[in-house]
Unconditional design. Structure first.
Length: 294
């Protein structure tokens, strides 16, 4: 009997096992949870899109979940840019974002280089200090932080939030450490034999090899800064220093609010982060996964 004939006979004798009720229920619950999660995530943007294209009269007379008469009504978007000074808000946000991310990457890679490449007595204490700092609620330290920013002359300027954002978080440090600990030490030793300084080793060897982790850190930090409202609101109260998050306050008063214009502003603000995430999501996942398995 040939091998092919034997395999066919065995295949003929194998019967499909019936799916047990418990597995069917588990599968149904899994898909139900996934659908519920998708609904929770997509429902707020759906409502924003519906109301962003409604005029003031239409918004007052229609329901929140009603479709607008026309998706070609861009009056709210025009109001956002003219009365809300959204172009200036995007410029302020971009300035803070670029300076903060550059400083954050430099600080994170240098700290990881020192902790991952050298052994010294206070190494574990320094790493523990970063972990301990994340456990302290930021609200409890705002009085002291505000006093420091004010004494430095950075209150009501773009550089106050930049200084606060530059602080390297522990997640970023661990992400860099997972990569840097698996870069061969032979590269450092060969560079030292050639006469390279520690800064040259960091600049020419370590930093380029940390590119996947850097891409992940840049994307996550950029989205975090872009969406932050608390720090810009507290440290930059000037109207000229409004960013995209605090710019929404131009359409919200004490007793009333133009929610259709707010929805248009939210839609404009959502577009850059959505595009950034969709384009760069593979770098986020690859950087985190590679860092966890290296």
């Amino acid at each position: 009997m040939s091998l092919e004939t034997s395999l066919k006979k065995r295949a003929g004798t194998v019967t499909a096992r019936p799916v047990s009720p418990s597995r069917a229920i588990a599968a149904a619950l899994k898909y139900a949870v996934l659908l519920a999660a998708v609904f929770v995530i997509l429902f707020p943007p759906y409502v924003v899109v519906l109301n962003a294209f409604k005029g003031n009269e239409e918004y007052a007379k229609s329901g929140v979940f009603d479709f607008p008469h026309s998706f070609a009504n861009f009056d709210n978007f025009s109001t956002v840019f003219h009365r809300g000074d959204m172009l200036n808000a995007f410029m302020n946000t971009g300035t803070i974002l670029v300076l903060s991310v550059l400083g954050n990457v430099l600080m994170g890679t240098m700290v990881a280089f020192a902790l991952g490449r050298f052994n010294f007595k206070l190494k574990s204490w320094i790493l523990g200090a970063y972990v301990a700092a994340t456990l302290i609620p930021s609200v409890t330290t705002q009085v002291a932080t505000f006093g420091i920013i004010k004494e430095l002359g950075l209150f009501n300027s773009l550089y106050g939030p930049v200084l606060l954002y530059i602080g390297t978080d522990v997640v970023q440090i661990y992400l860099y450490l997972q990569f840097i600990r698996h870069i061969p030490y032979d590269l450092d030793e060969n560079a030292m034999i050639e006469g390279a300084s520690l800064f040259r080793i960091y600049r020419s060897i370590i930093f380029p090899l940390l590119a996947p982790a850097t891409a992940t850190a840049v994307i996550l930090k950029s989205i975090s800064i872009y969406n932050d409202m608390y720090i810009p609101y507290l440290y930059m109260p000037s109207q000229k220093l409004r960013v995209v998050s605090t710019g929404l306050m131009n359409f919200v008063g004490v007793n009333s609010a133009q929610w259709n214009v707010v929805c248009a502003a939210l839609l404009i603000i959502l577009i850059p982060t959505t595009i950034l995430y969709l384009v760069m999501q593979r770098f986020i996942f690859s950087g985190i996964v590679n860092g966890s398995v290296k």
